[in-house]
Design a protein. Structure first.
Length: 369
């Protein structure tokens, strides 16, 4: 009898508890400056994880499409062909994509809605020996998976246009561009001295970067003092909802920017700064960041790796999972609320509002007092 009464009381209280928690989360989101829910979507079903990605058509005259997870289901984002057909769509980088929901009818076989851009009723996804989706069989056509490297645990790397030794020698001899006008006084601050809970993963002090060699002599991070203070404020907001910042890069000596530019193929130069005008990193006004979960200490995956020169790096990339897209948005909101602006081609790169007021700097880390 007592257990029955206790169960009834619990059932009556449960909706109230849920309501109180919901109101608390709404209140917390307002206090810390976020405009979306503070609880991330649940992880995608594990058997979908290695299927998600970009698939290329057999003909170069056709465009690739994306297989993504959205709220627990798989969807294909297919380039819209028939603009007169009523269907759910989204825009990405100037192109319109039809959203095609998939329904699994047997293992790795999915049913499509009656009218869709692929023009088929069902598809089969074939995996390789590691469980990755590699081929989508759509009847008369097969679409092959495009891999960017990080999906299989590799680091994205370019094929430099010159030897690394030649690049480094030329960059060190070169001089930064001459700038006219008045600039704010340089006041570089080491980030961890203002916030010891910032995690450092300084990729350019290791071989774990797109160049494949250490470019910094020390794994340290510096920014101009006001930029550092703004970053610390953003970090506190994120800590309030259970996440911490990982720093990949901050102030960058100018000669390293020149190395990046000279090494990078022309088709990928939207991911690197032109040394003729310098990078905001060179001014101590830009930071490359990710997130980690405070409880587990594990880094958050954003659907693509830091310094991955691919469309997965674009802030508006619609592929991946609901959870990954949520983390991109939370990171953006936290930093933009403190005066930063995200670079649209790199989800990790944030420029501070006053960064151009500082001069281009070419000082080594060990020479910063």
């Amino acid at each position: 009898m007592f257990e029955d009464k206790e169960r009834m009381l619990t059932m009556k209280l449960k909706p109230k508890i849920i309501l109180v928690l919901s109101l608390f989360l709404i209140f917390l989101s307002i206090q810390v400056g976020f405009t979306q829910q503070l609880e991330p979507p649940p992880p995608e079903p594990s058997f979908y994880t290695r299927l998600i990605g970009t698939y290329a058509p057999p003909s170069q005259n056709e465009e690739k499409f994306y297989l993504r997870e959205n709220q627990g289901r798989l969807e294909i984002l297919f380039p819209l062909i028939d603009i007169h057909r009523l269907t759910e769509c989204l825009d990405f980088k100037g192109k319109t994509f039809e959203i095609i929901p998939l329904k699994e009818i047997e293992s790795e076989v999915f049913q499509l809605p009656p009218a869709n851009g692929l023009g088929v009723k069902k598809i089969r996804i074939l995996r390789d020996q590691d469980g990755f989706g590699v081929t989508i069989d759509a009847g008369k056509k097969e679409y092959q998976r495009l891999f960017y490297g990080p999906e299989r645990g590799k680091v994205f790397k370019i094929q430099p246009m010159k030897s690394l030794e030649e690049l480094q020698a030329e960059a060190i001899k070169a001089n930064p561009p001459t700038e006219k006008g008045e600039f704010l006084k340089v006041d570089l601050v080491e980030l961890v001295k203002l916030d010891k809970n910032l995690k450092l993963d300084i990729r350019y002090a290791t071989e774990n970067n797109f160049m494949g060699i250490p470019l910094y002599s020390q794994p340290r991070a510096f920014l101009q003092r006001p930029v550092t203070e703004a970053l610390v404020k953003a970090h506190k907001k994120l800590q309030a909802i259970g996440y911490g910042l990982i720093i990949f890069d901050a102030y960058r000596p100018w000669y390293v920017t020149k190395m990046f530019w000279d090494a990078t193929p022309l088709s990928m130069r939207n991911f690197v700064a032109d040394p003729k005008s310098g990078s905001r990193h060179n001014r101590g006004g830009a930071v490359d960041v990710g997130l980690y979960d405070i409880e587990s200490k594990q880094p958050i995956f954003f659907g693509g790796d830091f310094d991955e020169f691919s469309e997965r790096s674009f802030v508006s990339y619609p592929g991946g999972t609901s959870r990954e897209r949520w983390f991109r948005e939370i990171l953006r909101q936290a930093l933009e609320a403190e005066g930063f602006e995200v670079y649209e081609d790199e989800w990790w790169h944030f420029d501070y509002k006053d960064s151009k007021k500082y001069p281009i700097i070419n000082i080594l880390f060990e020479d910063i007092s």
